[in-house]
Design a binder for this molecule. Structure first.
Ligand code: ATP
Ligand code: MG
Length: 342
């Protein structure tokens, strides 16, 4: 049976890059699509950023592909006005997406776009697995005139499920990143990761790193990592740091996943880019690479995912450059260049 994918193009260039990416999906498999509203487009049509039909459709899908939400049209500071970004937070919550996956693999043709030296990043192929729904960002917040605090708490099931995502994704090893020399929550986190490793994944190599050291190693020796697993706040910081290894916002894909058997959400890291929306010049590669993640982590189609990633790399080696990469290829031309390589 054809895999069923819900498309949430959203706003701005989201619409353009999702249309481009589905052409690439069609070149590697058979999929049925259902397009739904989210963000500003949904506010205009229904008054709210996340209609019930959208949530229902996503819950019944095998995977969800999202473009981007937001834009100046809906930027209002007026209290009580619906905001496009609420649609994104809402759908993450509705699908219980507790793991955010950010792969960092500099493409051969773009090695010189990185702020790091070429010989330092060559061979880098890592994945940051960030816990997305717990920890400090969601802990109890307190404040009085002279003191403020954010509780940093994790439960055993929360750590177990994120550890499993990391161990399943590992090819060589999992590096657990924490701050166990000073934080009790980190000591607990590390203990639970070790438990999951011993009980369920004894054949995967696991090592541990303090977050300050990990931040240093990411820029000094990025190719030594395979999968990094860490909590919400450390993951927020390290995934942006790791993203800069590749050096180009129009190229970065991401995945958010929940329990096995529930649909994941796949999207480019970039936003709706209102400054270039509607001109047909958006770089579709981040969304096309998000489709590779959708194939691999969402549908279990690894060979197809590899095919898409290497087609993107070869298209770039063949000289493909959209304006954000210093060239003049349109969204259509970029998409066709990838299709030709497939
Ligand atoms: P958000 O708050 O949704 O992250 P933002 O305004 O912070 O949005 P983007 O929408 O990602 O950020 O845009 C940042 C800059 O990068 C803009 O100049 C935009 O044109 C450019 N940009 C983002 N994505 C792309 C893309 N796919 N192709 C070309 N340029 C892009
Ligand atoms: Mg932004």
């Amino acid at each position: 049976m054809a895999h069923h994918i819900v498309l949430l193009p959203g706003d701005g260039i989201g619409v353009e890059v999702v249309a481009a990416a589905t052409q690439v999906l069609d070149a590697v498999g058979e999929f049925s699509y259902e397009k739904r509203l989210i963000g500003g487009a949904a506010i205009d049509a229904t008054g709210g950023p996340l209609p019930d039909e959208t949530v229902d459709a996503c819950q019944g899908a095998d995977a969800v592909l999202l473009g981007a939400v937001g834009g100046p049209k809906w930027d209002s500071t007026e209290a009580g006005r619906p905001r496009p970004e609420q649609g994104l937070l809402g759908i993450r919550k509705a699908l219980s997406l507790f793991a955010n996956l950010r792969p960092v693999k500099p493409l051969t043709a773009l090695l010189d776009a990185s702020p790091l030296k070429r010989d330092r990043i060559e061979g880098t192929d890592l994945l940051v697995v960030r816990e997305l729904t717990g920890g400090m960002y969601f802990g109890r917040k307190e404040r009085d005139a002279d003191r403020a605090s954010d509780e940093n708490a994790y439960t055993r099931p929360e750590v177990e499920r994120i550890a499993r995502v990391a161990f399943r994704a590992a090819r060589r090893k999992v590096t657990n990143v924490d701050k166990m020399n000073v934080l009790e929550v980190s000591r607990f986190w590390r203990e639970v990761v070790l438990d999951v490793h011993a009980r369920e994944f004894p054949n995967v190599v696991v090592d541990h790193m303090l977050v300050d050291n990990a931040a240093m190693q990411l820029v000094s020796a990025p190719s030594t990592f395979d999968v990094i697993v860490t909590d919400n706040m450390f993951g927020d910081i390290l995934s942006d740091e790791a993203a800069m290894i590749t050096g180009s916002i129009g190229m970065l894909p991401s995945a958010s996943v929940g329990e096995e058997g529930t649909p994941g959400l796949f999207e480019p890291v970039h936003g709706s880019a209102p400054d270039i929306a509607g001109r047909g010049i958006a770089n579709p590669l981040a969304t096309i690479l998000s489709c590779a993640l959708l194939l691999r982590h969402g549908l279990g189609l690894s060979a197809e995912a590899d095919a898409v990633e290497s087609a993107v790399d070869r298209a770039l080696e063949g000289g493909l450059r959209t304006p954000d990469l210093g060239g003049d290829a349109t969204t259509d031309q970029a998409t066709r260049a990838v299709l030709e390589q497939l």
